[in-house]
Design a binder for this molecule. Structure first.
Ligand SMILES: Cc1ncc(COP(=O)(O)O)c(C=O)c1O
Length: 87
């Protein structure tokens, strides 16, 4: 759990726009180690995670989070229709 400071890193680690890059799992673990070291948080936007042409789909950083410092947000609008806004 995060203590005093309120620093955060915002990432779109899976299939980000425009490159479609997928952060490899060792990098996800390295990012977690970094934010643990600096007592920061991760805000993970997994909005494109369900669009990946792989099975199983790449993990979220949240799935690797053991001490509650990752805030995961997502949406199914990109899967359903690109112009849709769910909010
Ligand atoms: C990277 C990213 N995250 C989140 C959202 C939010 O999606 P929604 O409007 O369906 O909540 C968007 C929408 O364009 C987006 O581009």
């Amino acid at each position: 759990m995060i203590s005093g400071q309120s620093n955060a890193v915002v990432v779109v680690p899976n299939c980000n726009n425009p490159m479609g890059f997928i952060m490899p799992e060792p990098r996800k673990r390295a990012l977690l180690a970094l934010v643990q070291r600096f007592d920061a948080a991760v805000i993970e936007d997994d909005v494109y995670g369900e669009l990946v042409w792989e099975y199983p789909r790449p993990s979220t950083i949240k799935a690797l989070d053991l001490d509650g410092r990752v805030l995961l947000c997502s949406s199914f609008s990109k899967t359903l229709a690109p112009g849709l806004r769910v909010g």
